[in-house]
Design a protein around this ligand. Structure first.
Ligand code: ADP
Ligand code: MG
Length: 243
């Protein structure tokens, strides 16, 4: 689903992603962990072209996404196939929950009003807030808003979902309800790349955990390998701080 080969990215002088080699198989859940500023967000933002990279190779579901300056003809196709959920829910404040979910399919895929509406209701039921469709985002709790954001991404029928710290802005009592939705999605076979500090979720749901340090993948493996028997001293130090 995703293939990164020797990818490098800079922000000016800052070499933010260094020689990244990473393959994500269909149906796989990959959790990315690492300290703040290590490049986790930048890495997953490259996958849907929100960030450009300088060198290497990136292929998303068969579509090559060229480095900066290259041919970006696949970008639209990739954006249709890749859903993203952010730390700050980024809902449209002036639209109801239902309209938030209907908008992209109608604009991008020409989905009819009837079908978009039915899809929105089905997805809201699926994330457990079927009764909130007529509210505005500001009338919902943070956990509910994030579940709307997930439903909105799912409305495009993505082949891959990216999550960038989806629970980091939530009050503690709301984290579980969002992780539950993500866990269900994983069970249903969605391919997912998830940046999170929720180590319990990573241990339980991830097929693979990737540890990034200063823009480099320094360790990866099954959750029990990375958490219980980290090989790299950077990983050991990081885990001893967060576990
Ligand atoms: P993480 O998500 O792991 O906290 P980021 O990918 O957000 O890390 O950032 C990695 C590094 O790149 C940090 O040093 C950050 O300050 C820098 N950075 C991120 N975005 C930009 C940007 N748009 N312009 C310049 N530097 C950036
Ligand atoms: Mg980040």
């Amino acid at each position: 689903m995703v293939e990164m080969k020797d990818m490098n990215k800079y922000f000016g002088e800052l070499h933010v992603l260094k020689n990244i080699d990473l393959t994500v198989e269909p149906g796989e859940v990959v959790v990315i962990i690492g300290a703040s500023g290590s490049g986790k967000s930048t890495l997953i933002r490259c996958v849907n072209g929100l960030e450009e990279y300088e060198s290497g190779q990136l292929i998303v579901d068969g579509h090559p996404l060229a480095p900066k300056g290259g041919n970006q003809k696949s970008l639209n196709a990739i954006r249709k196939e890749v859903g993203m959920v952010f730390q700050q829910f980024n809902l449209f404040p002036h639209l109801t929950v239902r309209k938030n979910i209907m908008l992209a399919p109608q604009k991008v895929k020409d989905t009819s009003d009837t079908v978009a509406r039915a899809t929105a209701e089905r997805l809201l039921d699926r994330v457990g807030i079927g009764n909130q469709a007529d509210k505005y985002p500001s009338q919902l709790s943070g956990g509910q808003q994030q579940r709307v954001a997930i439903a909105r991404a799912l409305a495009m029928e993505p082949r891959l979902m990216l999550f960038d710290e989806p629970t980091s802005a939530l009050d503690p009592e709301m984290i579980g309800e969002v992780l539950d939705v993500m866990r269900e999605l994983a069970k249903e076979g969605m391919t997912m790349m998830v940046v999170t500090h929720e180590m319990g979720f990573a241990r339980e749901v991830a097929d693979r955990v990737i540890y990034i340090h200063q823009g480099q993948i320094v360790e990866q493996g099954k959750p029990e390998e990375v958490f219980d028997n980290p090989q790299n001293e950077r990983t050991q130090a990081f885990l001893s701080r967060v576990l």
